[in-house]
Design a protein around this ligand. Structure first.
Ligand SMILES: CC(C)(COP(=O)(O)OP(=O)(O)OC[C@H]1O[C@@H](n2cnc3c(N)ncnc32)[C@H](O)[C@@H]1OP(=O)(O)O)[C@@H](O)C(=O)NCCC(=O)NCCS
Length: 214
Protein backbone atom coordinates (compact mmCIF):
# COMPACT_ATOMS: atom_id res chain seq x y z
CA UNK A 1 0.00 0.00 0.00
CA UNK A 2 1.22 3.45 -0.87
CA UNK A 3 -0.51 6.57 0.06
CA UNK A 4 -1.02 9.67 1.94
CA UNK A 5 -0.64 9.07 5.65
CA UNK A 6 -3.88 10.72 6.72
CA UNK A 7 -5.83 8.37 4.45
CA UNK A 8 -4.13 5.30 5.86
CA UNK A 9 -6.96 4.31 8.23
CA UNK A 10 -9.58 4.57 5.49
CA UNK A 11 -7.48 2.63 2.99
CA UNK A 12 -6.71 -0.06 5.53
CA UNK A 13 -10.43 -0.44 6.26
CA UNK A 14 -11.22 -0.63 2.53
CA UNK A 15 -8.66 -3.38 2.00
CA UNK A 16 -9.94 -5.43 4.95
CA UNK A 17 -13.53 -4.94 3.87
CA UNK A 18 -12.85 -6.18 0.35
CA UNK A 19 -11.48 -9.42 1.73
CA UNK A 20 -7.95 -8.38 0.89
CA UNK A 21 -5.05 -9.10 3.12
CA UNK A 22 -2.10 -6.94 3.84
CA UNK A 23 1.00 -9.09 3.87
CA UNK A 24 3.00 -6.20 5.18
CA UNK A 25 2.86 -2.48 5.53
CA UNK A 26 5.70 -0.66 3.88
CA UNK A 27 6.41 2.72 5.30
CA UNK A 28 8.45 5.00 3.12
CA UNK A 29 10.56 6.72 5.70
CA UNK A 30 13.43 8.57 4.05
CA UNK A 31 16.65 8.77 6.04
CA UNK A 32 16.32 12.42 7.08
CA UNK A 33 14.89 12.91 10.58
CA UNK A 34 11.20 12.02 10.39
CA UNK A 35 8.56 14.48 11.54
CA UNK A 36 6.57 13.87 14.74
CA UNK A 37 3.52 13.08 12.58
CA UNK A 38 5.45 10.37 10.75
CA UNK A 39 6.70 8.91 13.99
CA UNK A 40 3.14 8.84 15.35
CA UNK A 41 2.06 7.04 12.18
CA UNK A 42 4.89 4.53 12.51
CA UNK A 43 3.81 3.90 16.10
CA UNK A 44 0.21 3.30 15.00
CA UNK A 45 1.33 0.97 12.20
CA UNK A 46 3.52 -0.90 14.65
CA UNK A 47 0.41 -1.92 16.58
CA UNK A 48 -1.24 -3.56 13.54
CA UNK A 49 -1.28 -7.35 13.26
CA UNK A 50 1.04 -7.16 10.22
CA UNK A 51 4.77 -6.91 9.82
CA UNK A 52 5.75 -3.32 9.26
CA UNK A 53 8.73 -2.68 7.07
CA UNK A 54 10.20 0.77 7.11
CA UNK A 55 11.93 1.47 3.83
CA UNK A 56 13.51 4.25 1.94
CA UNK A 57 11.97 4.10 -1.56
CA UNK A 58 15.45 4.85 -2.86
CA UNK A 59 16.45 1.29 -1.94
CA UNK A 60 13.14 -0.52 -2.29
CA UNK A 61 12.43 -3.38 -4.72
CA UNK A 62 8.88 -4.42 -5.62
CA UNK A 63 7.82 -8.03 -5.21
CA UNK A 64 6.13 -9.40 -8.38
CA UNK A 65 3.91 -11.59 -6.16
CA UNK A 66 2.32 -8.57 -4.53
CA UNK A 67 -0.30 -6.14 -5.79
CA UNK A 68 -0.42 -2.57 -4.63
CA UNK A 69 -2.99 0.05 -3.85
CA UNK A 70 -2.38 3.74 -3.64
CA UNK A 71 -4.40 6.24 -1.67
CA UNK A 72 -4.38 9.74 -2.95
CA UNK A 73 -5.07 13.10 -1.60
CA UNK A 74 -4.96 15.11 -4.78
CA UNK A 75 -2.08 15.85 -7.08
CA UNK A 76 0.48 16.30 -4.33
CA UNK A 77 0.99 12.54 -4.66
CA UNK A 78 1.75 12.76 -8.38
CA UNK A 79 5.55 12.71 -7.84
CA UNK A 80 5.22 9.41 -5.96
CA UNK A 81 3.07 8.00 -8.76
CA UNK A 82 5.65 9.08 -11.36
CA UNK A 83 8.46 7.58 -9.29
CA UNK A 84 6.64 4.24 -8.91
CA UNK A 85 6.06 4.10 -12.69
CA UNK A 86 9.49 5.18 -13.87
CA UNK A 87 11.66 3.37 -11.32
CA UNK A 88 9.65 0.25 -10.52
CA UNK A 89 7.27 -0.13 -13.46
CA UNK A 90 4.28 -0.01 -11.09
CA UNK A 91 1.62 1.85 -13.00
CA UNK A 92 -1.56 0.05 -12.13
CA UNK A 93 -3.24 -0.05 -8.75
CA UNK A 94 -6.28 -1.66 -7.23
CA UNK A 95 -9.67 0.06 -7.16
CA UNK A 96 -11.37 -0.20 -3.80
CA UNK A 97 -15.13 0.11 -3.28
CA UNK A 98 -16.39 -0.44 0.26
CA UNK A 99 -19.13 -3.06 0.65
CA UNK A 100 -21.31 -0.42 2.29
CA UNK A 101 -20.89 2.02 -0.62
CA UNK A 102 -23.53 2.16 -3.35
CA UNK A 103 -22.61 2.35 -7.02
CA UNK A 104 -25.81 2.97 -8.93
CA UNK A 105 -26.86 1.90 -12.39
CA UNK A 106 -24.52 2.97 -15.20
CA UNK A 107 -21.97 4.63 -12.91
CA UNK A 108 -18.30 4.16 -13.79
CA UNK A 109 -15.53 4.00 -11.20
CA UNK A 110 -12.12 4.33 -12.86
CA UNK A 111 -9.01 2.38 -12.01
CA UNK A 112 -7.34 3.19 -8.69
CA UNK A 113 -10.27 5.21 -7.36
CA UNK A 114 -11.43 4.59 -3.80
CA UNK A 115 -15.05 4.74 -2.68
CA UNK A 116 -15.37 4.68 1.09
CA UNK A 117 -18.12 3.37 3.37
CA UNK A 118 -21.63 4.83 2.94
CA UNK A 119 -20.68 6.86 -0.12
CA UNK A 120 -23.15 6.83 -3.03
CA UNK A 121 -22.21 7.20 -6.68
CA UNK A 122 -25.39 8.00 -8.59
CA UNK A 123 -26.60 6.70 -11.95
CA UNK A 124 -24.30 7.37 -14.93
CA UNK A 125 -21.83 9.30 -12.82
CA UNK A 126 -18.14 8.92 -13.69
CA UNK A 127 -15.43 8.80 -11.07
CA UNK A 128 -11.96 9.49 -12.49
CA UNK A 129 -8.61 7.86 -11.70
CA UNK A 130 -7.04 8.35 -8.28
CA UNK A 131 -10.21 9.93 -6.93
CA UNK A 132 -11.01 9.43 -3.27
CA UNK A 133 -14.72 9.58 -2.35
CA UNK A 134 -14.72 9.69 1.42
CA UNK A 135 -17.23 8.38 3.96
CA UNK A 136 -20.84 9.30 3.29
CA UNK A 137 -20.16 11.53 0.27
CA UNK A 138 -22.85 11.61 -2.40
CA UNK A 139 -22.17 11.98 -6.13
CA UNK A 140 -25.35 12.78 -8.04
CA UNK A 141 -26.50 11.34 -11.33
CA UNK A 142 -24.48 12.18 -14.46
CA UNK A 143 -21.69 13.88 -12.49
CA UNK A 144 -18.15 13.78 -13.80
CA UNK A 145 -15.42 13.73 -11.15
CA UNK A 146 -11.99 14.51 -12.63
CA UNK A 147 -8.81 12.57 -11.87
CA UNK A 148 -7.09 13.23 -8.52
CA UNK A 149 -10.14 14.90 -7.00
CA UNK A 150 -10.99 14.42 -3.34
CA UNK A 151 -14.49 14.45 -1.85
CA UNK A 152 -14.43 14.87 1.94
CA UNK A 153 -16.96 13.12 4.19
CA UNK A 154 -20.65 13.93 3.70
CA UNK A 155 -20.11 16.27 0.76
CA UNK A 156 -22.81 16.31 -1.90
CA UNK A 157 -22.61 16.81 -5.64
CA UNK A 158 -26.10 17.33 -7.10
CA UNK A 159 -26.81 16.05 -10.64
CA UNK A 160 -24.64 16.95 -13.66
CA UNK A 161 -21.87 18.53 -11.58
CA UNK A 162 -18.47 18.53 -13.33
CA UNK A 163 -15.26 18.56 -11.35
CA UNK A 164 -12.10 19.09 -13.37
CA UNK A 165 -8.83 17.49 -12.26
CA UNK A 166 -7.49 17.82 -8.73
CA UNK A 167 -10.51 19.43 -7.06
CA UNK A 168 -11.02 19.31 -3.28
CA UNK A 169 -14.58 19.35 -1.94
CA UNK A 170 -14.61 19.98 1.83
CA UNK A 171 -16.64 18.12 4.40
CA UNK A 172 -20.39 18.67 4.16
CA UNK A 173 -20.15 21.02 1.15
CA UNK A 174 -22.96 20.99 -1.41
CA UNK A 175 -22.53 21.71 -5.12
CA UNK A 176 -25.81 22.61 -6.80
CA UNK A 177 -26.86 20.99 -10.12
CA UNK A 178 -24.97 21.55 -13.36
CA UNK A 179 -22.09 23.49 -11.75
CA UNK A 180 -18.53 23.21 -13.12
CA UNK A 181 -15.56 23.41 -10.74
CA UNK A 182 -12.21 24.33 -12.32
CA UNK A 183 -8.98 22.35 -12.01
CA UNK A 184 -7.20 22.62 -8.68
CA UNK A 185 -10.05 24.51 -6.99
CA UNK A 186 -10.86 24.03 -3.30
CA UNK A 187 -14.36 24.21 -1.84
CA UNK A 188 -14.32 24.85 1.92
CA UNK A 189 -16.17 22.68 4.41
CA UNK A 190 -19.89 23.45 4.66
CA UNK A 191 -19.94 25.64 1.54
CA UNK A 192 -22.91 25.77 -0.82
CA UNK A 193 -21.72 26.38 -4.38
CA UNK A 194 -24.30 28.09 -6.58
CA UNK A 195 -22.09 29.25 -9.50
CA UNK A 196 -19.20 27.83 -11.49
CA UNK A 197 -15.85 27.99 -9.67
CA UNK A 198 -12.75 29.24 -11.55
CA UNK A 199 -9.65 27.00 -11.64
CA UNK A 200 -7.22 27.24 -8.76
CA UNK A 201 -9.46 29.34 -6.51
CA UNK A 202 -10.66 28.55 -2.98
CA UNK A 203 -14.32 29.29 -2.29
CA UNK A 204 -16.17 29.30 1.02
CA UNK A 205 -19.49 30.28 2.54
CA UNK A 206 -23.19 30.07 1.81
CA UNK A 207 -23.47 30.97 -0.99
CA UNK A 208 -19.85 30.39 -1.99
CA UNK A 209 -17.57 33.39 -2.52
CA UNK A 210 -13.98 33.35 -3.78
CA UNK A 211 -11.66 33.59 -0.72
CA UNK A 212 -8.36 32.92 -2.40
CA UNK A 213 -7.27 33.42 -5.99
CA UNK A 214 -4.68 31.18 -7.69
C1 LIG B 1 -10.94 25.67 1.74
C2 LIG B 1 -9.83 25.58 2.74
C3 LIG B 1 -8.82 24.56 2.23
C4 LIG B 1 -9.17 26.98 2.79
O1 LIG B 1 -8.08 26.93 3.63
P1 LIG B 1 -7.03 28.15 3.65
O2 LIG B 1 -6.49 28.38 2.29
O3 LIG B 1 -6.08 27.85 4.76
O4 LIG B 1 -7.92 29.41 3.95
P2 LIG B 1 -8.10 30.24 5.30
O5 LIG B 1 -8.35 29.33 6.46
O6 LIG B 1 -6.99 31.23 5.37
O7 LIG B 1 -9.46 31.00 5.01
C5 LIG B 1 -9.60 31.99 4.00
C6 LIG B 1 -10.90 32.71 4.25
O8 LIG B 1 -11.99 31.79 4.03
C7 LIG B 1 -12.78 31.65 5.23
N1 LIG B 1 -13.16 30.25 5.38
C8 LIG B 1 -12.32 29.16 5.40
N2 LIG B 1 -13.04 28.04 5.51
C9 LIG B 1 -14.32 28.41 5.58
C10 LIG B 1 -15.52 27.69 5.68
N3 LIG B 1 -15.53 26.35 5.74
N4 LIG B 1 -16.69 28.37 5.68
C11 LIG B 1 -16.69 29.73 5.62
N5 LIG B 1 -15.57 30.47 5.50
C12 LIG B 1 -14.41 29.81 5.49
C13 LIG B 1 -11.87 32.08 6.35
O9 LIG B 1 -12.61 32.56 7.46
C14 LIG B 1 -11.07 33.19 5.68
O10 LIG B 1 -11.86 34.33 5.62
P3 LIG B 1 -11.22 35.81 5.89
O11 LIG B 1 -10.20 35.99 4.79
O12 LIG B 1 -12.40 36.71 5.78
O13 LIG B 1 -10.61 35.74 7.24
C15 LIG B 1 -10.29 25.16 4.15
O14 LIG B 1 -10.99 26.21 4.75
C16 LIG B 1 -11.23 23.95 4.16
O15 LIG B 1 -12.44 24.08 4.26
N6 LIG B 1 -10.68 22.73 4.04
C17 LIG B 1 -11.47 21.52 3.98
C18 LIG B 1 -11.42 20.79 5.30
C19 LIG B 1 -12.14 19.46 5.19
O16 LIG B 1 -13.27 19.36 4.82
N7 LIG B 1 -11.42 18.42 5.48
C20 LIG B 1 -11.93 17.10 5.42
C21 LIG B 1 -10.78 16.15 5.43
S1 LIG B 1 -11.28 14.47 5.41
Amino acid sequence: MFGHSHLFGDIFDLIMDSGGRLSKVVLNMPPEPPSSRRLALADRLGRLPYPVETVDLGHWKPNPEESYVIGFSRKQMKPLLDQLASRFGIDSFGTLVHSRATIQHGAVVSESAMIDANAVVGPWARIGRHVFVNRGASVGHDCDVGDFSFLAPSSTLCGYVRLCEDVMIGAGATILPDIAIGAGAQVAAGTVVTKDVPPGTAVAGVPARVRRNP
